[in-house]
Design a protein around this ligand. Structure first.
Ligand SMILES: Nc1nc2c(ncn2[C@@H]2O[C@H](COP(=O)(O)OP(=O)(O)O[C@H]3O[C@H](CO)[C@@H](O)[C@H](O)[C@@H]3O)[C@@H](O)[C@H]2O)c(=O)[nH]1
Ligand SMILES: [Mg+2]
Length: 191
């Protein structure tokens, strides 16, 4: 018997504008030994890196607020509070996350600690998010942040107390998955 219960039979390219959207056909052996063929649409989105900045002395975190079209189409107003994050663009996760922290928040951070990797939405996206936590203090801020205007980014930087950030998770105001996970990591392991 094949060790791998899944065989990719092929894929059709449905769109290839920013990232490829594929219709993938695969055969899967069920647990009873029979085989079935399925097709699924998969968006080959880039993988990324995200980091939660935290200050243990002041008990604060740095988050961003920006417009997200996917959330808007799902019925949210689209302005999501998130940890700073970005796509890898061929860089290593820790190199990329430092660059995103500087672009989006204005903080120049040397030490970033990897805590986990998450699949953003594994049924339909290939995206893997490399998640970090990073200590910061106000002296590390070089500029106001805000992201890349030439790419259409308009990112508000917000500093919240641990308590306020966690209260916004509990109330449902913070709904971005990687952000909820990293704030709960902070609560469990650091705060
Ligand atoms: N024109 C165009 N530009 C795009 C498109 N998709 C992304 N971009 C550009 O690519 C930039 C990506 O910004 P990043 O900061 O690198 O990524 P992000 O949008 O914050 O986050 C992505 O990665 C996160 C971590 O993996 C994800 O959580 C998030 O959903 C998203 O995929 C955006 O500013 C935007 O200009 C597109 O379809 N068209
Ligand atoms: Mg970003």
């Amino acid at each position: 018997m094949d060790a791998d219960p899944v065989r990719i039979a092929g894929h059709e390219l449905l769109a290839d504008d920013y990232y490829p959207l594929k219709k993938v056909t695969y055969d899967q052996r069920r647990r009873d030994g029979s085989w079935q063929r399925e097709t699924r649409e998969v968006y080959d989105s880039a993988s990324g890196a995200a980091a939660l900045l935290y200050d243990l002395a002041r008990r604060t975190v740095v988050l961003t607020r920006q417009f997200r079209i996917g959330a808007r189409l799902a019925g949210h107003d689209g302005y999501l509070i998130e940890v700073p994050a970005g796509v890898l663009d061929g860089k290593s996760p820790d190199e990329r996350v430092r660059a995103e922290l500087l672009e989006e928040t204005g903080y120049r951070i040397e030490r970033v600690d990897k805590v986990m990797e998450l699949f953003a939405s594994p049924g339909s996206l290939t995206e893997r998010v490399h998640c970090f936590v990073a200590p910061y203090d106000p002296a590390m801020r070089e500029h106001a942040g805000g992201g890349r205007r030439d790419e259409g980014e308009d990112i508000e930087v917000i500093e919240l107390s641990f308590e306020d950030a966690l209260a916004r998770v509990a109330s449902g105001e913070i709904v971005d998955a990687k952000t909820v996970v990293l704030l709960q990591y902070l609560q469990l392991h650091l705060a």
